[in-house]
Design a protein around this ligand. Structure first.
Ligand code: SF4
Length: 422
């Protein structure tokens, strides 16, 4: 969602006549679009601002703006802590950026523009950054209040975008050459419950998959408590819905899941993953896991590790718990030492990396269709398989970004594959 917002901000600024400049020191305007999920993101913001102060001293007409979830959370405090910041704008105020910037330039007064909620997406005006793929928000906000999470406080309550708007937007993008869309929402599985005429996520997904010319549909994120059998059936039956489900486990301990307010158990999660693997051919299941949640003990951690070993996720994003002020979990007693958390974290990462490696090794020798997404760090190309596994490869043509090509997998690591043209 944050990346999508950055694309929108870039598009809005381009319409105002700005152009992208990657050297902040010589820019007229710097925008920092922040995340707030972890404490580290806030520290990073403060680090960046410390550096940008020097630029502002050298060029007093430069505008420094802070947006995104940390801006929504800290509001005026950012202006108080960093008096050289010109504008703070919230997650619901992106569309108003032209007005906000003009006002700042005209009145020379600092601005903090934060709305607590609202629908701020004019999709018709939005043009994607890539020619061949695009994020499509289908809902914003979240009603779940997982006890560790700050998102409902900074993104507001869940609002579903009307299905006709989503469909119209995707059709328009496909006509301009988009082959892949990623539907985004904090919890796509609860899509449509707030609409006047209720539409389920599997229904809108089925309608989207009918759009002619749309080759790949992805979505994230799925809350396990809301993932329906209908959704599994739709993914299994449509060729252009990609076999990849990101399903955050967070913990494998029932006691911790309860404290996290997640509304599923290890047993129901296990059954869900079995159902997915049984019904959707070669479906990748990826996950998020938190280590060291307040109150977690050794037994809880080994319950999580047990789930990881049983389910054998394709990939996992693992995190040490990060306390977010204002959330319920911030009030819980957190007794586990950081040393212990780091020890468990390493154990989890080692186990999962081995599983990812083994799962990727099974792909060696197979042939896959790959959507080429760009250039890799060493000048090779990068693309993704249908199940979203990253593949690096060399190619004798240059004009292949955004195209589908066929590759044979020759090598596999934990995080990516290597392939050759066939
Ligand atoms: S579902 Fe839970 S973790 Fe995800 S955004 Fe909502 S509150 Fe946060």
């Amino acid at each position: 969602m944050n990346e999508f917002d950055s694309e929108r901000i870039e598009f809005i600024l381009k319409q105002m006549g700005y152009k992208r400049e990657n050297n902040p020191g010589i820019s007229d305007l710097i925008i920092i679009n922040t995340c707030a999920v972890r404490e580290k993101a806030k520290n990073k913001l403060y680090g960046h601002l410390g550096r940008y102060k020097e630029y502002k001293i050298k060029n007093s007409s430069m505008l420094i703006c802070v947006g995104g979830c940390t801006a929504q959370n800290l509001k005026e405090q950012i202006l108080d802590d960093f008096p050289f910041v010109d504008i703070v704008f919230g997650t619901h105020n992106i569309s108003s950026l032209p007005l906000i910037i003009e006002k700042r330039l005209k009145d020379n007064k600092k601005i903090c523009s934060i709305s607590e909620e609202g629908f701020d997406y004019d999709l018709k005006k939005f043009k994607k950054t890539y020619d061949f793929k695009s994020y499509i928000p289908i809902s914003i906000g979240c009603n779940n209040f997982c006890s560790y999470c700050i998102v409902p406080f900074v993104r507001g309550k869940e609002i579903s975008i009307k299905p006709e708007l989503i469909l119209e937007n995707i059709k328009r993008l496909v006509q301009t050459g988009v082959a892949e869309v990623t539907l985004v929402g904090q919890n796509v599985n609860s899509y449509g419950k707030d609409l006047e005429n209720i539409v389920t996520f599997s229904e809108i997904l089925a309608d989207i998959s009918e759009i002619r010319g749309l080759k790949r549909i992805r979505f994230m994120t799925s809350h396990p408590k809301d993932l329906s059998s209908d959704l599994i059936d739709i993914i299994a039956s449509r060729d252009n819905i990609m076999p990849h489900i990101h399903l955050p486990l967070q913990s494998g301990s029932d006691r911790i899941l309860k404290l996290m307010n997640r509304h599923y158990t290890r047993d129901s999660f296990l059954k869900l993953t079995e159902q997915i693997r049984k019904n959707i051919d070669n479906c990748a299941i990826t996950t998020d896991i938190i280590v060291g949640f307040p109150g977690e003990e050794e037994k809880d951690f080994y319950d999580t590790l047990d789930m990881v070993q049983r389910i054998r996720f394709d990939r996992a994003f693992t995190f040490i718990y990060s306390k977010r002020e204002g959330t319920k979990a911030a009030e819980f007693d957190d007794r586990m030492s950081l040393k212990m958390k780091k020890y468990f974290f390493k154990e989890l990462v080692d186990v999962q990396n081995k599983i990812s490696f083994e799962r990727n090794q099974c792909k060696i020798g197979n042939r896959y269709e790959v959507l080429v997404e760009g250039k890799g760090p060493k000048g090779t190309f990068e693309g993704r398989l249908e199940d979203s596994t990253l593949v690096n490869f060399e190619y004798n043509e240059n004009d292949i970004i955004g195209k589908f090509i066929n590759l044979k997998i020759t090598d596999a690591k934990s995080f990516y594959l290597k392939g050759i043209k066939i």
